[in-house]
Design a protein around this ligand. Structure first.
Ligand code: SAM
Length: 286
């Protein structure tokens, strides 16, 4: 019987609140079936689901290039580059570009696209928190809120690594979302049966979605429990640590990054009290 006490106890167990920043066994970014949906979402010019829309990406890359100053020999590394939408733009602004992403499907797409267009962009399929990346960059970018998905430990480790891969005075340019964004994009507690071709599987499955607040840590967990009928349930944790100007300034100060500019996004929009995003131009302090 589906609703046996044993099964309900199992579900109770699966739905328990994890410790802050506890990782789920799986990350959906790197799963084969889910990746196809993600690449389609990255490339869909009508949604902001995985990447921002093309006109914003173009504007943003041009603005970032103007902040850093492109030109021959200037090296830029884009962390979490996905299928390379920003890398292509940065190359067009004269940078020598490296893209890093741990999704082999996104990297395969990016490499194929670069080869098709004859662009000498270097792509690496790696976890930017765990791997030793090459050094000597003038700028590093991390775009579309990825910084907010990192635990405090991984975030500080990444900043420590960035100090090593950037040249003295090198730029780190990234965006974080604020509490206002988290409130307006809050995952509602919900469940649904997907009969076929869902986000998680191409066959029938049940999805339980819930978000949990960790207010003392400015963090929210989006938890997904996915139950296919003939496979083990899978659980995914997506952590959202939101920042204010004060909290992100303190994190960067402790890791020896100096903020040069703060904005409402990465196109240079002014930062307002109600901004959902903070775009940051920082430099490695020596
Ligand atoms: C929201 S998407 C943004 C992609 C790209 N920056 C853009 O805006 O088009 C986040 C990307 O970061 C990648 N990613 C997340 N964590 C990563 C990690 N630890 N190492 C490498 N890539 C990571 C994902 O695979 C995904 O492609």
């Amino acid at each position: 019987m589906i609703l046996s006490r044993r099964n309900i106890r199992k579900l109770h167990g699966a739905a328990q609140l994890p410790a802050l920043f506890q990782k789920s066994k799986r990350t959906f970014w790197t799963e084969r079936y889910v990746s196809k949906h993600i690449i389609n979402a990255h490339l869909d010019p009508t949604t902001d689901d995985a990447s921002r829309r093309p006109e914003i990406i173009e504007k943003s890359a041009a603005w970032i290039a103007a902040q850093v100053g492109g030109g021959a020999g200037r090296r830029l590394i884009d962390l979490g580059s996905g299928p390379g939408l920003y890398c292509t733009e940065f190359y067009g602004h004269g940078f020598d570009v490296t893209g890093v992403d741990f999704s082999k499907y996104s990297i395969a797409y990016a490499k194929k696209e670069a080869a098709r267009r004859g662009l000498p962009i270097s792509y690496r399929c790696e976890d930017y928190v765990l791997t030793d990346l090459p050094t000597g960059f003038d700028a590093a970018t991390l775009i579309y809120g990825d910084f907010c998905t990192l635990s405090d430990h991984d975030r500080d480790l990444l900043l420590w690594k960035l100090r090593r891969i950037l040249k003295p005075g090198g730029y780190f340019i990234f965006d974080v979302f604020t509490k206002r964004y988290e409130e307006s994009h809050h995952l509602k507690t919900d469940w649904y049966f997907q009969l076929k071709n869902g986000f998680w599987y191409p066959f029938p499955h049940l999805v339980l979605e819930q978000s949990h607040e960790y207010p003392e840590d400015d963090t929210c967990l989006n938890q997904y429990i996915v139950l296919p009928p003939w496979r083990k349930p899978r659980k995914y944790h997506i952590w959202h640590h939101y920042y204010s100007l004060e909290t992100i300034t303190e994190v960067l100060r402790r890791q020896h990054f100096r903020i040069e500019g703060t904005y409402g996004d990465l196109t240079g929009k002014p930062l307002e009290p109600e901004s959902e995003w903070i775009g940051l131009i920082c430099r490695r302090e020596d």
